[in-house]
Design a protein around this ligand. Structure first.
Ligand code: URA
Length: 277
């Protein structure tokens, strides 16, 4: 396997790899080939649910954090030793992403590609739009102001840890000037998104913003119509909410985003903060 540039790998994947090595898993660099491109599965609405009532604005501090619902690094080590080595598989995809030159404007403006971050054994994946300036510099998604809000939504709102979920974007290079990714760019990057989901195999996906939702689900609807429903994509239950950058510009929408997170938590069987001790 080709040597990977350190900067092209997410910090947490590197950490995870170190955990696996510490746990004594041999040959962690062995990776399966990048999954072949599959035609996007048509998303279908799984069920229509009315939004749960918003009793508290997001984010709400969790007084007693719940134990993580995702596998720990040592669980991951066991699964890797059983042949389910998702770190190696994601690193193989990340290496392909780092070499990708399909979108000339993005390639000529990027500092580096931004693959994804988090626990590859997580049951929850968040999908954003594309890296911003800070993400482009640091090589990790959602590390700027929107990232801080997303982390609060995950940790203070949902009572999970950021490192227990997996976070990625529709496109893996920064669209200059923080513009939305062009349709052609989203299409070019789609095999990487699908390959990532094929490896992580989440049970739940949260689309952050209309760009993520419309691209993943293949629908052309506004967020106000998409939110409050549960969709299905590749076996995962999908909910949609406002992008953190939108919430920073429109704080009044945070209560809607909190409703969406509560819907997600209900699906995941997570306790709502009011019930946490
Ligand atoms: N906005 C996104 O959609 N993704 C990021 O990684 C950062 C900001």
């Amino acid at each position: 396997m080709a040597q990977l540039s350190k900067t092209s790998l997410s910090y947490y994947l590197s950490e995870y790899l170190a955990d696996l090595q510490r746990a004594g898993v041999q040959d962690v660099w062995r990776g399966d080939d990048v999954k072949s491109e599959e035609p996007p599965t048509t998303a279908r609405r799984q069920s229509v649910q009315t939004s749960p009532s918003a009793t508290e604005p997001a984010p709400t501090p969790a007084s007693a954090p719940q134990p993580p619902r995702s596998s720990s690094a040592s669980d991951g080590a066991v699964r890797a030793s059983q042949g389910d080595d998702r770190v190696a598989q994601l690193q193989t995809i990340a290496a392909e992403v780092a070499k990708c030159e399909l979108c000339p404007e993005l390639v000529s403006n990027r500092t580096q590609t931004v693959f994804g971050v988090g626990n590859p054994y997580s049951e929850l994946v968040f999908i954003g739009e594309g890296p911003g300036a800070e993400e482009d510099l640091r090589g990790e998604p959602f590390v700027g102001r929107s990232g801080k809000l997303l982390t609060d939504m995950i940790e203070k709102g949902m009572g999970l840890s950021r490192s227990d979920v997996f976070i990625c974007n529709v496109v893996r290079c920064r669209p200059p000037g923080n513009r939305n990714p062009a349709e052609s760019e989203a299409r070019a990057c789609r095999p990487f998104l699908d390959a990532t989901l094929d490896v992580v195999r989440p049970k739940f996906v949260c689309c952050l913003g209309a760009v993520a939702a419309t691209n993943l689900l293949g629908v052309n609807e506004s967020m106000s119509r998409l939110r409050g429903n549960v969709y299905e994509y590749k076996g995962a239950q999908v909910v949609c909410t406002y992008h953190p950058a939108y919430l920073l510009r429109n704080p009044a929408a945070k209560k809607d985003a909190w409703q969406d997170l509560q819907l997600l938590m209900k699906l995941m069987g997570l306790e709502l903060p009011s019930r946490r001790r």
